[in-house]
Design a protein around this ligand. Structure first.
Ligand SMILES: C[S@@+](CC[C@H](N)C(=O)[O-])C[C@H]1O[C@@H](n2cnc3c(N)ncnc32)[C@H](O)[C@@H]1O
Length: 349
């Protein structure tokens, strides 16, 4: 899995030197098309019905044609489709009821349980935001390499990756929900998809050039003995594990809860600062996921570079001064009960 594409050296290499040779694919590479983009502007009913169709299709084929891939890519995450389960007991001929009936026939009991538990976290990122993330990575010199998306849903980050960069990349996706993991496999057969929890996946440390994605947020924890001493909420756990999977000078580009940077307790950010440099942080408006995934949440895009071993050792020195993004400060503008709202110093500046 190790790639020899050192992004810091990218500008010094010729295009030919950086190209990673790949076996010829037996079908065209699948990309997110304008038709798929437009679909995500549709009503909840249209999205739910397209998802049921995509699931039925995914269960009936082992490889997908280009047209089938377009239909599969229209599947929405379970978070957007909560109504199907919440309004399931409604009588009558509603779309929720019809979708519920069809899913009950298509899915096993285990898959239904998985779908219901995924409603808390399975909100897809809009293609617009994903493309903006690729633009930033391109601007800072990332040209391709070994990439992991640790909570990948349908692996749309791969479908939106600029083609030249994608040609130089090898992908690994992890998705807990078996239905969406299968859809990701049908869309991107060249990627290696693990249908299991990130906390149970065993991959070598320092083996990726980039970890990218939108991690599940929440005030609950996963069990992984390696990180148990850090006592992390799920979003911070994903970040901590990515720190170890990425190589020195490799990049982490994740959408995470605003609490990663804003939490009053600085211990996790001190842990991060001993291993990472914050390249940039962008706070998304709470409406960023509304149109696409029907949710309002404050989230940040965080881009980190993993420190070299020498740099990491320097952070252990007694006179080491933590960077400002470890601390929070009054936002300056807003108060609650006349108390200032504390946000990360990065955003205050
Ligand atoms: C916020 S969504 C993001 C999906 C996708 N990365 C995107 O940006 O469109 C989070 C995804 O994480 C998956 N997930 C939740 N818990 C997980 C776990 N423990 N391991 C792997 N995936 C998980 C959910 O099923 C969901 O698809």
């Amino acid at each position: 899995m190790t790639s020899h594409v050192l992004f810091l050296m990218a500008s010094a290499c010729s295009q030919e030197q950086k190209l990673i040779k790949k076996p010829k694919m037996y079908q065209p590479i699948f990309e997110i098309t304008p038709e798929i983009e437009q679909h995500f502007d549709s009503s909840l009913r249209v999205k739910a019905e397209a998802t049921v169709e995509a699931i039925a299709l995914s269960k009936s084929i082992s490889t997908a044609t280009s047209q089938q891939q377009v239909e599969l890519a229209k599947a929405s995450g379970w978070g957007t489709l909560t109504d199907i389960w919440v309004k399931a007991n409604h009588q009558g001929n509603t779309w929720q009821h019809r979708c519920h009936e069809k899913l009950s026939q298509l899915l096993t009991q285990t898959e239904i349980q998985s779908a219901k538990s995924a409603t808390a976290t399975a909100y897809q990122t809009s293609f617009e935001v994903i493309r903006a993330m690729w633009d930033i990575l391109k601007d800072i010199g990332f040209t391709g390499g070994a990439i992991i998306e640790p909570a990948c849903n349908t692996l749309a980050f791969m479908g939106c990756q600029p083609l030249l960069m994608r040609d130089r990349s090898q992908w690994v996706g992890i998705e807990l929900d078996p239905i969406f993991a299968q859809i990701a496999r049908l869309l991107y057969p060249e990627a290696l998809i693990y249908a299991q929890g990130f906390e149970t996946v065993s991959l070598s440390d320092n083996s990726f050039d980039l970890a990218i994605g939108n991690v599940p947020f929440g005030n609950y924890k996963l069990y992984d003995p390696r990180y148990a001493h850090l006592n992390l909420s799920i979003h911070n756990y994903f970040l901590a594990k990515c720190v170890d999977l990425v190589r020195e000078n490799g990049l982490i580009c994740l959408i995470t809860s605003c609490f990663t940077l804003d939490a009053a307790n600085t211990s996790f950010r001190r842990y991060l600062a001993s291993k990472l440099e914050l390249v940039t942080a962008i706070r998304l408006p709470d409406t960023a996921f509304k149109r696409f995934a029907n949710t309002e949440v404050v989230a940040d895009i965080l881009i980190f570079r993993k420190l070299t071993e020498t740099e990491q050792r320097a952070t252990n020195q007694r006179n080491y001064k933590y960077p400002d993004w470890v601390k929070t400060a009054p936002s300056g503008k807003h108060t609650v009960n006349q108390e200032p709202i504390m946000i990360n110093q990065w955003f205050v500046e």
